[in-house]
Design a binder for this molecule. Structure first.
Ligand code: ADP
Ligand code: MG
Length: 308
């Protein structure tokens, strides 16, 4: 039998090298599990669309925690659908090829040369790294882009003002149904083709929002590098924990939400307007942020709700 002392563990030791981690004893661990029960029951058999990005994609420990969380969701019967961008990795490869990345309103301006790199990096490399990472921790994952099975059809964004940046013109989730029903975790990169076969780079938040709507997802979760929507984007202590759709619209109008937070907030609004029950913008710098959001009473980050 373990002594009381040895049964104490530090949550997430790899992120708490200073030993500042939480001490949990067995009774606490059991109550955490027990708190998860109603959520497991609520979400089993339901779809949760997760936009994976930011620090959680770059830091190896955070990456591993995300893959474990996704595997755990899948093994308790939730159907996670992962959508990813690949910002830093695309920039690295553009730099290697001496192409200067350009942004406008939080969106990458994409010429033909850049598009080739975006497609190679997102569909080829980043997508397979995520699939491999999820498989490694015991779930079964399959990688797709928006092009596969014509999952996402693209059209030029803002009449082509950003080059080959696209927006979603149609979603056809037929390809995902057999994948989900067999228990695979689809991992989707945000590249899609137009009806004419031109590849476009679409903001991954936008793709996640449209897929959540088309899949009748229970939740849309966007992982990013801030605690959520902040009242003052430069003050991490101004987190807005819960807002209604109408209030979220107002935050965009008032300029409280700007840059990369704009497509995030807009896609939450669109997903909710199309029937998704809740959309969350959460801090991917926190290890196991996904589990904290899905399986605890308090949740984490900003929750945008349709009504209430
Ligand atoms: P990701 O890589 O996860 O898509 P982005 O950089 O595109 O992240 O978007 C998140 C960024 O949006 C934040 O780092 C912040 O600079 C900016 N931002 C603008 N307005 C807000 C706001 N009100 N609250 C939080 N972040 C905001
Ligand atoms: Mg972004």
């Amino acid at each position: 039998m373990e002594s009381a002392e040895s049964s104490k563990k530090i949550i997430n030791p790899s992120h708490n090298k200073s030993n500042a981690g939480l001490l949990v004893d067995d009774s606490m661990r059991v109550s955490i599990l027990s708190e998860a029960l109603p959520y497991i029951q609520q979400f089993a058999g339901k779809r949760i669309v997760i936009k994976y990005g930011g620090a959680a994609m770059v830091n190896k420990d955070l990456q591993a925690a995300v893959f474990r969380d996704i595997a755990l969701l899948s093994s308790v019967g939730v159907q996670p659908v992962v959508v990813h961008g690949g910002g830093p990795e695309i920039n690295q490869w553009l730099n290697r090829l001496n192409i200067t990345p350009q942004f406008k309103d939080g969106l990458r301006i994409t010429n033909i040369e850049t598009m080739d790199v975006v497609e190679m990096v997102l569909v080829g490399r980043v997508n397979k790294q995520i699939v491999n990472g999820i498989n490694k921790v015991g779930a079964l994952s399959i990688g797709l882009s928006g092009i596969d099975g014509r999952l996402i059809e693209a059209r030029p964004f803002d009449e082509g003002s950003h080059g080959l940046v696209g927006e979603v013109s149609r979603v056809n989730v037929n390809i995902l149904e057999p994948i989900l029903s067999k228990g695979y975790v689809p991992v989707i990169s945000s590249v899609a083709a137009s009806a004419q076969g031109q590849s476009y780079n679409i903001n991954a938040d936008t793709v996640a929002g449209e897929l959540a709507a088309a899949l009748n997802a229970e939740k849309l979760i966007l992982l990013t590098d801030t605690p959520g929507i902040l009242e003052d984007k430069d003050d991490q202590n101004t987190l807005i924990k819960k807002i209604r759709l109408s209030e979220a619209r107002q935050l965009i109008k008032d300029g409280v939400v700007s840059h990369g937070m704009t497509p995030k907030t807009e896609c939450c609004i669109r997903a909710l307007a199309q029937g998704v029950s809740a959309a969350h913008i959460i801090d991917g710098r926190v290890a196991h942020a996904l589990l904290l959001e899905v399986f605890t009473d308090s949740g984490i980050g900003t929750m945008v709700i349709g009504r209430g």
